[in-house]
Design a protein around this ligand. Sequence first.
Ligand code: PMP
Length: 351
Amino acid sequence: MFRTNITAMQGYVPGEQPQGMEYVKLNTNENPYPCSPTVKAAIGRVLQVGLQRYPDPLATAFRERAAALLKDEVPGITPDWIMCGNGSDDILTIVTRSFVAPGGLIRFPRPSYVLYNTLAAIQGADSETVEFESDWTLDERFTATDERLQLAFLPNPNSPTGTVIAPSGVAHLAAALPCPLIVDEAYADFAETNCLGLVATNERILVTRTLSKSYSLAGLRFGFVVAQPQVIEQLNKVKDSYNCDSLSIAGATAAIDDQAHFVRTRDAILATRQRMTSALRGLGFDCIDSQANFVWCRHGQRDSRELYQQLKDAGVLVRYMNYAGWGEGLRISVGSDEQCDLLLAKLAAIV
Ligand code: PMP
């Protein structure tokens, strides 16, 4: 076997996706509600025409609708400010390949999304993590000058904590950083604020979004990035020509066109999140107030890994996470009210 930087690295391990087993699945922040029925109809229309042709390489239909939807948040936005991807993980890969050279350095907070570390390793770059302050902001260590620094990632809301840095704080970080800042807004639709507006005046801020969570389309694989057109132009050179297929482009476009469905399901999740947080606290858990569709918690007396296993044995799948040197806990996705009740009943019996 040839030895490469891949041989030496540990691959990214995604959350468990049990096939053929029925769990109350609260481990990978999927939406408990079905997507808009218009998605199925739009995909059906594509199937009727057939799949013998390549898709639109630039997913123009989606970008036009998304630009119209975001015009109040991003003054001046046109479709040229958007690039689409096969989930936002694809976008994160494309930005890494675009901005980072072997031997470079990528910086991100700890704890945060574990994939960033893998993307750096694949690119032959180093990772540097900066711990949050006690109020979940980041100090000047995040923006410190380093001649090797080529990219910074900021998940906002952060995973696994669900915490948010306000747009003014993010603008401050971006201004102090000597490299592009990718604000990973996979969960921003569940938050009170977002950073899209910063893109209008800051070439160095790129905001990534996904339809996996708030639009109930994790299985479709569709995400996008918003940045100034001269930046998007560069990213377009790096992406695979046909990184989004005809079915996902049609489905994603239909999904963002049904804002009434989006608002209804999002509001249901926000209400359940509040109820779930209070109930978990009532059961003796320390919970951070979350602005995402999951809650990060630890029980005062019980071991998190054991709780994870006991819940799994009882048919409820949550995510156990251990960030060496920082801490461990459970990240529990906000499901439907029914799923939440079941989780709480099982936990009450266990603790
Ligand atoms: N960013 C963060 C912080 C995430 O938690 C996830 C989901 N694993 C993603 C990006 C990627 O989501 P997707 O590829 O489904 O768009």
